[in-house]
Ligand binder design. Structure first.
Ligand SMILES: [Zn+2]
Ligand SMILES: [Zn+2]
Length: 132
């Protein structure tokens, strides 16, 4: 006669959830959040950042240019990496960012410098609002 009862393996509570399937959003880079979308709209309404740097007068509408444009086609660049550039000059113009980029050289700036200028503009607005 045995006193040892066959031990029943009882799954601890919650074990069935011990290995949660990671909920992976399809590809976060391909989703545009609402905030990201309105940031993009805001960018589209800004004056050309390169014209401003060069002291030029913007002569065409503002395009939204993504800093990583043309580097990887598979991944859409985040709208937070977008900068405002005038369409027929600094953006798609022959001297523009998608042209021979001589306007960038003239401004002695990289695309990241332009992005920094946009962020700086946003930051100054933000901090001005915050201290009001
Ligand atoms: Zn421009
Ligand atoms: Zn572009």
């Amino acid at each position: 006669m045995s006193t040892a009862r066959p031990s029943k393996i009882v799954p601890r509570r919650g074990d069935e959830h011990a290995m949660p399937v990671a909920r992976r959003a399809s590809n976060p880079r391909n989703r545009t959040t609402k905030t990201e979308g309105s940031h993009r709209d805001w960018i589209a309404n800004q004056p050309c950042v390169l014209c401003e740097l060069l002291g030029c007068t913007q002569s065409s509408k503002t395009d939204v240019h993504h800093v990583r444009d043309g580097q990887g086609v598979a991944q859409r660049a985040s709208d937070y990496l977008a900068i405002p550039l005038c369409h027929s000059g600094c953006h798609q113009g022959p001297l523009g960012i998608h042209g021979d980029r001589s306007l960038l050289r003239l401004a002695k700036a990289s695309e990241l410098d332009l992005l920094a200028a946009v962020v700086a503009q946003m930051a100054s607005r933000l901090h001005a609002t915050a201290s009001r």
